[in-house]
Design a protein around this ligand. Structure first.
Ligand code: GAR
Length: 191
């Protein structure tokens, strides 16, 4: 069983899906939010998972100091894998290198299309017929690491950014636990 920490910034529905998945490859032992009061923290507590708030605002412009604090907490708990789930901070090379191969993210587009934000808007503006979500390893370039899995939906006439986000979410919830379990199984026993 790999020990997983999940980093969140918001409501944490992907976190909930990772918690609820029936699998024996990983166990979520820590949830860290950079946003005090994030809804996902309550979801973690209800599941009996340790939570920490590390507010990036405390560190001003020193992004690495923020990440060093996260890294220290992860190290103290012998974390094997860090899963980003709606974590809305871009990570510096310091953190990405420290966790290379053990750091995974879910992104709401069919990467390599639409890294960054406003992915649903951009898919609609481009007139795409398909949209989706990607689970990928995190590298220094934003949303560019090795793809572990994707889920696809058809864009229908009348779709809006909101309907796309809503229809994509259950696909994300199915995709992320499967990809995380696959990654957990592929890694050596201890980090
Ligand atoms: C999800 O749709 C996830 O793909 C997206 O934020 C949402 C978080 O929802 N992630 C990103 O945009 C990362 N750049 P959740 O908090 O309910 O899991």
């Amino acid at each position: 069983m790999k020990r997983v920490a999940v980093l969140i910034s918001g409501r944490g529905t992907n976190l909930q899906a990772l918690i609820d998945a029936k699998q024996d490859a990983y166990k979520i032992v820590l949830v860290i939010s950079n946003v005090p009061g994030a809804e996902g923290l309550e979801k973690a507590r209800r599941a009996g998972i340790e939570t920490l708030v590390i507010d990036h605002k405390r560190f001003g412009k020193d992004r690495e100091a923020f990440e060093r604090e996260i890294d220290t907490e992860l190290g103290a708990r012998a974390i094997d894998i860090v899963a980003l789930a709606g974590f809305m901070r871009v990570l510096t090379p310091f953190f990405v290198r420290a966790w290379a191969g053990h750091l995974v993210n879910i992104h709401p587009s069919l990467l390599p299309k639409y890294p960054g934000t406003k992915t649903h808007e951009r898919a609609l503006e481009a007139g795409d017929r398909e949209h989706g979500a990607t689970v990928h390893l995190v590298v220094e370039e934003v949303d560019a690491g090795e793809i572990l899995g994707q889920a696809t939906l058809q864009i229908e006439p009348g779709d809006t950014p909101e309907t796309l986000a809503q229809r994509l979410l259950p696909l994300e919830h199915d995709l992320y636990p499967r990809c995380l379990a696959k990654l957990a199984r592929s890694l050596p026993e201890s980090r």
